[in-house]
Design a protein around this ligand. Structure first.
Ligand code: ASP
Length: 338
C-alpha cells in the first residue's frame, strides 16, 4: 500500500529462556541467542521497522529493581523516537517487571509489550518466535497503549498478569481482570479502558522502588515472633502477609498485636489472599475484620506481584502512613478495581 507508514518498534532484550541455550551440565543459561531473533527482523518488516537495544542478558530470577529502572529509563529516553516497545524477558519474574514498569512509566500512552518463552529459540518446537512475532504485531497495531504481556494466545494487562504454570506453554493468566485481547489465526482486541486517562499528559519517570519490604506466608502453626524483631529493628519498612483464603489470619496468637505495633511504628502491613485466583476481602470473617481493626491494609484485587511492587514503589515515595494507605488504595496504573 503506497504511503502506508510502518510503525517503528524498539525491541529491548533482557534475557530469559527465550534467548537461552544449554550449558555443559544440560541446564539452560543466558546465551545471547539474539542473532536468531534479529535475523528474523526481515520477516517482520511488513509489520514494523525494528531496532534493538540490550539492557541485560540474565535469567530473570536475577532481576533487580535497578534493572527495572534501567529498562524504564530506556523507554523514557526513546519514547518519542518509537511508536511502541517490545521487551523480551524471562518468565519467572516477568509479572513483577510488568508491574514495576506500569508504575514507573507514569502517563504512558504507547504500547510497552513484554514477552518471553517456555522453550528457547534454539530448541525445536519453541514458542519464542510465536510470542515475539505476536508481540511485535500487538505493538505495531497500537490498540493497546499500556504495559501489557503477550504470551501464547493471551494479551493481558501487565500488572494483572501472573505466572500460573512452570511447564505449560500458556504459562500466564490474568486472574482478576479480563484479557485485553486474544491471539488466534488473527489478533482480536477486546474493549478496555487505558490506565491513564485523556487528555494525554507528558510521560513521567517515577522508577524508585524500596527493597526494604518482607513477605511472609501464613500456615497453621506459624509463630509470629519473627515479626517482633522485624518491627523493633525498623530496617524493613513494609510487611506483606499472605493470609488464609481471602486474607484471614490467626487471631488467637500475637499476630494481631504485632500488626497493631507495626502500624503504630509506621510500618505498613499489607494483607493479601493466598488464593491466586481470589480477591483479598477482609470484612467477611472476624479473622479478617480484626486484622483491619489492628491496622492491616487490604491488597484488594491486586495480584501478589503487583501488590508487592506497588508497596515497594509507594515506600520509595513516602514514610507517612496516611499517604501509604492512600496510595495503596488508589488505582494508579490499572492494577486494581475502583
Ligand atoms: N528461568 C527463566 C527466566 O525467568 C525462565 C523463563 O524465561 O521461562 O529467566
Amino acid at each position: 500500500m503506497p504511503g502506508k507508514k510502518v510503525p517503528k518498534i524498539l525491541l529491548v532484550f533482557t534475557g530469559g529462556t527465550i534467548s537461552m541455550a544449554k550449558n555443559s551440565q544440560g541446564s539452560w543459561v543466558p546465551a545471547k541467542h539474539t542473532a536468531e531473533i534479529t535475523n528474523t527482523f526481515a520477516l517482520m518488516k511488513k509489520e514494523a521497522c525494528l531496532d534493538s537495544h540490550f539492557v541485560v542478558d540474565i535469567d530473570s530470577s536475577n532481576m533487580t529493581p535497578e534493572i527495572w529502572q534501567k529498562i524504564a529509563a530506556v523507554i523514557y529516553a526513546k519514547y518519542h523516537q518509537y511508536d511502541g516497545f517490545v521487551i523480551t524477558h524471562g518468565t519467572d519474574t516477568l509479572s513483577y517487571t510488568t508491574s514495576a514498569l506500569s508504575f514507573a512509566l507514569v502517563n504512558l500512552h504507547k504500547p510497552v509489550i513484554l514477552t518471553g518463552a517456555q522453550k528457547p529459540i534454539s530448541e525445536l518446537g519453541s514458542d519464542s518466535m510465536f510470542n515475539l512475532f505476536n508481540s511485535v504485531k500487538v505493538a505495531a497495531h497500537r490498540r493497546i497503549r499500556e504495559v501489557a504481556l503477550v504470551f501464547d494466545t493471551r494479551i493481558m494487562r501487565g500488572n494483572r498478569s501472573s505466572k500460573q504454570y512452570a511447564q505449560k506453554i500458556d504459562a500466564f493468566w490474568s486472574p482478576q481482570y479480563p484479557l485485553l485481547g486474544e491471539i488466534g489465526v488473527d489478533i482480536k482486541y477486546f474493549p478496555h479502558k487505558s490506565p491513564f486517562s485523556r487528555p494525554k499528559k507528558e510521560l513521567k519517570l517515577q522508577s524508585q522502588f524500596s527493597t526494604r519490604v518482607i513477605s511472609l506466608s501464613l500456615f497453621p502453626g506459624f509463630e509470629p515472633h519473627i515479626l517482633s524483631d522485624i518491627i523493633e529493628e525498623k530496617w524493613y519498612r513494609g510487611i506483606i502477609i499472605r493470609g488464609f483464603g481471602p486474607g484471614n489470619i490467626n487471631t488467637e496468637n500475637e499476630l494481631l498485636s504485632l500488626i497493631a505495633r507495626a502500624t503504630e511504628r509506621a510500618i505498613p502491613v499489607l494483607l493479601i489472599s493466598s488464593c491466586a485466583g481470589g480477591t483479598t476481602i477482609l470484612g467477611t470473617y472476624e479473622t479478617g475484620q480484626k486484622a483491619i481493626v489492628a491496622g492491616a491494609i487490604s491488597a484488594a484485587d491486586m495480584t501478589l506481584e503487583t501488590a508487592t511492587v506497588k508497596l515497594m514503589w509507594t515506600l520509595a515515595q513516602t514514610n507517612d502512613m496516611a499517604s501509604i494507605r492512600q496510595i495503596m488504595a488508589t488505582n494508579i496504573a490499572g492494577e486494581m478495581g475502583p
